[in-house]
Design a protein. Structure first.
Length: 179
């Protein structure tokens, strides 16, 4: 049995969880999230906690047990505190700014790249080189951060590009001249 899956999920104040079979809906101060969990697990609410358990001892049920528990835990954490990913922009002339809801990134192309966030995700920029992607849905926040990083991934020679906060870029030695 999954060690992660065994742990009950505590429900904080101001957060409500409603269960309908495998459909889980979580409401909180940061928004509302709902998801249908995969087959092979069962979800039950026990006072101030939610418990996810496998329905059988088959391999599929055991595989999905820890996954389902983590998905529900991320939903609860997202609507109560939210998730944030920070990206750093490195390079001369590389910068970002927010215009309305759109994020406009200048990353060395002949044109600025504009990104419109999906519903529930917000962009914010601090001193033109730090981009914050935040929202209640961890999966959506991570996907949007990956799309921004994909505009200009960091290159290994000078380290220029858009990278996650704390990401280590493996540097390569450049060409050496002839002797």
């Amino acid at each position: 049995m999954s060690r992660i899956g065994k742990a009950p999920i505590p429900i904080p104040d101001k957060v409500t969880v409603s269960l309908d079979g495998l459909s889980v809906t979580v409401k909180g101060p940061k928004g509302e999230l709902s998801r249908v969990l995969p087959e092979g697990v069962s979800v039950s609410q026990d006072g101030g906690t939610v418990v996810v358990s496998p329905t059988s001892s088959h391999r599929r049920s055991r595989e999905r047990h820890g996954l389902s528990r983590t998905l529900v835990a991320n939903m609860v954490e997202g609507v109560s505190q939210g998730f944030t990913r920070k990206l750093e922009i490195v390079g001369v002339g590389y910068r970002a700014q927010v215009q309305g809801r759109k994020l406009v990134v200048s990353a060395g192309y002949s044109h600025p790249v504009e990104m419109v966030p999906p519903e529930g995700v917000t962009f914010s920029v601090e001193n033109n080189t730090s981009v914050f992607v935040s929202g209640p849905d961890k999966e959506l926040v991570g996907n949007e951060a990956a799309k921004i990083r994909g505009i200009r991934p960091p290159e290994p020679y000078k380290g220029k590009g858009i990278k996650y906060e704390g990401e280590r870029i493996l540097r390569k030695a450049g060409k050496t001249g002839k002797k």
